[in-house]
Design a binder for this molecule. Structure first.
Ligand code: 5AD
Ligand code: SF4
Length: 355
């Protein structure tokens, strides 16, 4: 059988929901570039069938860029003294949440570095105010916290929690995140799932030392923990980190991983990440046609927004309203519309056997 016949057979099986094994996932990650359009098109059909044509918007507020961690890849790392740090006040955060509401978006995502200044009671009070004043669906992305904190967040009305696992290789994880361990991350993700949050995992693609085998394990981990949301973005080197200058301009591999994530997990919510849009002018639209169905416009007000400098060249400068008008136009150009409801993960899949 030629390689092209082999890939076609694998994709046909994947489309109808036959679970892909680790070896098959690796084959698809490594296959010749000529076959990639068919992979992306297959994922696009599964996306349409299982989560529909709507693109769900989530308004993100990056409310603090303080971080106690020292991840080798990230501009917010503690050791980066060149970064001007900020914490937004409750009033500033609330005003930004009102902006999300006014833009007609149903979900607000509150994200920060791992910043103990915002202890559990501060976060809960903030969430309760946001809920009371805007009734938005609230997603938190604050990193690892004890189970009791997660429980309190849930009781305060939080609906979803994002905690990317970053890489499924325990060794690479330990190297890139000094003092941290993959098993602790996975335990947090399992706790979040058990508590009943819609739970987001995800990884970076193109990390130094990452192999196709590790990427396959990323995808299998997402399936294993039954993550509801999958944040998959390219690694972009930051000049003020130890990984400065390590090149990664390959968005094709990220698109392959997004497409495979759709084929493997069927009805999950998968954002076309800002990192993809930052690396390639068409990055976001390409991802939306390769399995992704969510976009997260940034509602962090200036001057804070530019200081949330995770990686350089972040896309989407300018006011949120202008950005959203541009997004809607882009979505129309590929025959898609902006989502109207909360954009929860659908209860079951329409195709295939997974979930
Ligand atoms: N390139 C791409 N993504 C990054 N993140 C952190 N640093 C980088 C980088 N250099 C991502 C991580 C983290 C999220 C907040 O940003 O995946 O979970
Ligand atoms: Fe902090 Fe997250 Fe950046 Fe690591 S990736 S330094 S935990 S903000």
């Amino acid at each position: 059988m030629s390689i092209f016949d082999r890939i076609e057979k694998l994709l046909l099986r994947a489309e109808i929901g036959k679970p892909l094994g680790r070896g098959e996932i690796i084959e698809l990650l490594k296959m010749p570039g000529d076959c990639v359009p068919e992979l992306l098109a297959t994922a696009d059909r599964v996306r349409r069938n299982d989560v529909g044509n709507e693109i769900h918007l989530r308004g993100i507020i990056e409310f603090s860029n303080f971080c106690e961690r020292d991840c080798l890849y990230c501009g917010l790392r503690r050791a980066n003294e060149r970064l001007e740090r900020y914490r937004m006040s409750d009033e500033e955060i609330l005003a930004a949440a009102e902006d999300v509401k006014a833009a007609g978006i149903a979900t607000v995502v509150l994200q920060s570095g791992e910043d103990a200044f915002y202890d559990v009671s501060k976060i809960c009070l903030l969430v309760e105010r946001i809920k009371k004043e805007t009734d938005l669906v609230v997603t938190l992305s604050l990193g690892e916290r004890p189970p009791a904190d997660y429980r309190a967040f849930l009781d305060a009305g939080v609906n979803r929690y994002l905690l990317k696992h970053e890489t499924a290789s325990p060794e690479l994880y330990k190297y890139l995140r000094p003092g941290c361990r993959l098993d602790r991350r996975v335990t947090c993700l399992k706790t979040l799932k058990e508590l009943g949050f819609e739970t987001g995992a995800g990884n970076m693609v193109g990390l130094p030392g990452q192999t196709h085998e590790i990427l396959a394990d990323d995808l299998l981990l997402m399936r294993l923990i039954d993550a509801d949301m999958l944040g998959i973005g390219p690694f972009i080197p930051h000049p003020d980190t130890p990984l400065a200058g390590i090149g990664n301009d390959d968005i094709e591999l990220t698109l392959r991983v997004i497409a495979l994530a759709r084929l493997i997990t069927r009805n999950t919510n998968i954002p076309a990440t800002t990192a993809l849009a930052s690396l390639h002018p068409q990055g976001r639209l390409l991802a939306l046609q390769a399995g992704a169905n969510v976009v997260m416009p940034d509602f962090t007000p200036e001057p804070f927004k530019r200081r949330y400098d995770i990686y350089p060249g972040r896309a989407d400068v300018g006011p949120a309203a202008t950005i959203i008008a541009g997004l809607e136009k882009d979505f129309r150009s590929i025959g898609r519309t902006v989502g109207t409801g909360a954009g929860n993960r659908p209860a079951k899949t329409n195709s295939g056997t997974v979930h």
